[in-house]
Design a protein around this ligand. Structure first.
Ligand SMILES: CC(C)(COP(=O)(O)OP(=O)(O)OC[C@H]1O[C@@H](n2cnc3c(N)ncnc32)[C@H](O)[C@@H]1OP(=O)(O)O)[C@@H](O)C(=O)NCCC(=O)NCCS
Length: 203
């Protein structure tokens, strides 16, 4: 059974950046905790209106704003156990995106995953690679039973990533989210721990 209280956060030791236990390695990526020095790379892609188009945050307008957002994300990550990670390219070490938990529901052992990637590296299968590895990382720790993800119906690429990472579509939530001055209909995807681990054992 899953623990009801977040005591196990202490066991995760998700604070010492660089420690192997906090890193996820894939063929092309290294996922690791956010660092203050990611600000420049973060700003480079977060200022892009296209990247911000279907996420709840707005495009960043200055490096200073990115620094403040980074600081608050790092703090929120620690306080709320969001396990937010920088997605970096193994080859160049550059940060090209983030992936992490949002809306964590401690009582029901569920959480929503959110992700974004720099436009320069879209369309290479990188987010599918990152999300698949991230789901395994979370499920291997046996602390979360169900992970959900939502995407705007106008952003089908995101749904494709969820599906290719082994999540299953559960339905359409009509005009569920108000953002960017409109009500957006979203598709709900989910992965259940045991089922996902069984079905994705060979990946
Ligand atoms: C959505 C996003 C995460 C996709 O990342 P990515 O690394 O480019 O995705 P992948 O390359 O792993 O896969 C994308 C898939 O969507 C497909 N795709 C791309 N544009 C599409 C479109 N308009 N309609 C349908 N499918 C589309 C691609 O063909 C690919 O599928 P394939 O491998 O079967 O060909 C990335 O574009 C992004 O970060 N966007 C900005 C932030 C964002 O929208 N985050 C998600 C919020 S829910």
């Amino acid at each position: 059974m899953y623990q009801k209280t977040p005591w196990f956060l202490k066991q995760l030791k998700f604070t010492g950046a660089g420690a192997d236990a906090n890193e996820i390695r894939t063929e092309r990526l290294l996922l690791r905790p956010l660092r203050y020095r990611d600000a420049k790379d973060f700003y480079e892609y977060a200022k892009d209106e296209q990247v911000a188009r279907y996420v709840l945050w707005d495009a960043h307008t200055s490096l200073n704003q990115t620094k403040a957002i980074l600081r608050s994300q790092m703090m929120q990550c620690r306080q709320e156990g969001l396990l937010t990670m920088a997605i970096t390219m193994k080859e160049t070490r550059r940060m090209v995106g983030t992936i992490g938990l949002v809306n964590r529901d401690w009582d029901n052992h569920t959480a929503e995953v959110g992700f974004s990637l720099a436009r320069a590296v879209w369309g290479q299968g990188l987010m599918t690679e990152a999300l698949t590895a991230y789901l395994r990382f979370i499920f291997d720790q046996n602390i979360i039973h169900r992970i959900e993800a939502l995407h705007d119906v106008d952003n089908p690429a995101s749904g494709k990533v969820m599906k290719k990472a082994g999540m299953k579509e559960e339905g359409l939530l009509k005009e569920r989210i108000y953002y960017k001055m409109r009500y957006a209909s979203v598709r709900l995807y989910a992965a259940i721990r045991d089922e996902w681990l069984r079905e994705n054992a060979a990946r």
